[in-house]
Design a protein around this ligand. Structure first.
Ligand SMILES: *Cc1c(COP(=O)(O)O)cnc(C)c1O
Length: 399
């Protein structure tokens, strides 16, 4: 294994371990436990396990370990711990390191379940959370305190696709010694340089682009070896959020094709956003890869100008127009996943963000007319033609 390999090579070969059979494709070790040669070996392994020594699949498993090492190599992180879902990664990263009396600063624009952890769960255990507008560096500065232990944000927010400056926020957080935890799902591991840009911990829902084909739940926490092995591992292995070896295998195979998929989906998303922008049915077309995006310069700096696979369309005719659009599409499916080979559209105000009050939604820019659109691997011209038809159907609602 070479540390110098570029991402696409790491995504194919990183972390590979072969059994005595020399299999080409990664083996699935569907085993909960591992046999010891003798009692002394069992005793020694419970005191300290070497890199190729496993005890129980809740602690680690060879297939899961391959996934952890492959994505750590890809992300440029020292180590990683794989989890049963993206939310197990988000909640695990936070709760493993926090205790009563700690203070956390978080961006307000969050995936619904992330908001639940920060707003409802941490407070029950005596952790205080201050929410800020993630795009406003003055608000980050003002919120930091000497007891701020962690800073949390989604580098690209869901569903309004605001981009948060990892480098600048990390510098502010590090002044008070806080650990920066970035949920990087929308930026994807393909475009991420989050660790190099200052993040201490990166989490992904592997359910999204890493699987990318709608099959399995999974998550990953990436960070320094110390943080992963001394803080995350003890917490995760005793609280039970382990990734299944079968899902780890699906995700390993997903990593092999991820760059091809995500690059094709991002190219397509850029073309679709440009083709639909300015359609009279739309009040706003939100896509970080558009030149007119409010943070286009940051997208250039942080993501090499790549806006990702998701765009959001805000219908002038509100919910009725959004629903008319969704019901008129013939290729994309209505569902709430993203990063999939199939194009997927969702209406956040009535689904993923339904739990929020109307005031909270409007503060986050989640209007009744907003539709989140995850671009899949279908032919771009087919998608544009289909979406234009659906936009025309939505127009009828405006009159
Ligand atoms: C989907 C998602 C999660 C949660 O991931 P699961 O695998 O569904 O648990 C967390 N954060 C973001 C930004 C997401 O999009």
């Amino acid at each position: 294994m070479s540390k110098d390999w570029n991402k696409r090579t790491q995504a194919v070969h990183g972390g590979t371990r072969r059994s005595q059979w020399g299999e080409v494709s990664e083996a699935i070790f569907l085993t909960q436990g591992f046999v010891y040669d003798d009692a002394e070996q069992a005793e020694a392994r419970f005191i300290e396990s070497g890199p190729d020594e496993f005890i129980y699949a809740r602690y680690g498993n060879p297939t899961v370990r391959m996934f952890e090492e492959r994505i750590a190599a890809l992300e440029g992180a020292e180590d990683a711990f794989a989890t049963a879902s993206g939310m197990a990664a988000v909640s695990g990263a936070l709760t493993a390191m926090l205790k009563a009396g700690d203070h956390v600063v978080s961006a307000r624009a969050l995936f619904g379940s992330c908001l639940y952890i920060l707003e409802n769960v941490l407070s029950r255990f005596g952790v205080e959370v201050t929410f800020v507008d993630g795009t406003d560096l003055d608000q980050w500065r003002a919120a930091m305190r000497p007891d701020t232990r962690a800073v949390f944000f989604e580098s690209m927010s869901n569903p309004t696709l605001e981009v948060i400056d990892i480098e600048a926020v990390s510098a502010i957080a590090h002044e008070v010694g806080a650990t920066v935890i970035v949920d990087n799902v929308f930026s994807t591991p393909v475009y991420s340089r989050a660790i190099e840009q200052g993040a201490d911990v990166v989490v992904y829902s592997a359910t999204k682009h890493i699987d990318g084909q709608g099959r399995a739940l999974g998550g990953i926490i990436l960070g320094t070896r110390d943080f992963i092995r001394k803080t995350v591992e003890p917490y995760m292995k005793h609280t039970g959020g382990a990734l299944s070896p079968f899902n780890a295998w699906i995700l390993l195979k997903g990593l092999e094709t991820m760059a091809l998929r995500v690059n094709a989906q991002t190219d397509s998303a850029g073309r679709i956003a440009a083709a639909l922008e300015g359609h009279p049915a739309l009040a706003r077309t939100l896509y970080p890869g558009l030149d007119g995006h409010p943070q286009a310069a940051l997208v250039q700096r942080q993501l090499g100008g790549r806006g990702g696979t998701v765009l959001s369309l805000d219908f002038a005719g509100g919910k009725d127009a959004a629903f008319a659009f969704l019901n008129a599409m013939s290729i994309p499916v209505i569902s709430n996943n993203l990063g999939d080979a199939k194009s997927i559209a969702t209406h956040p105000a009535t689904t993923t963000h339904q739990r929020l009050s109307e005031d909270q939604r409007s503060e986050l820019g989640i209007t009744p007319g907003l539709v989140r659109f995850s671009v899949g691997l279908e032919d771009t011209d087919d998608l544009i033609a289909d979406l234009r038809n659906a936009l025309d159907a939505a127009m009828a609602q405006n009159i």
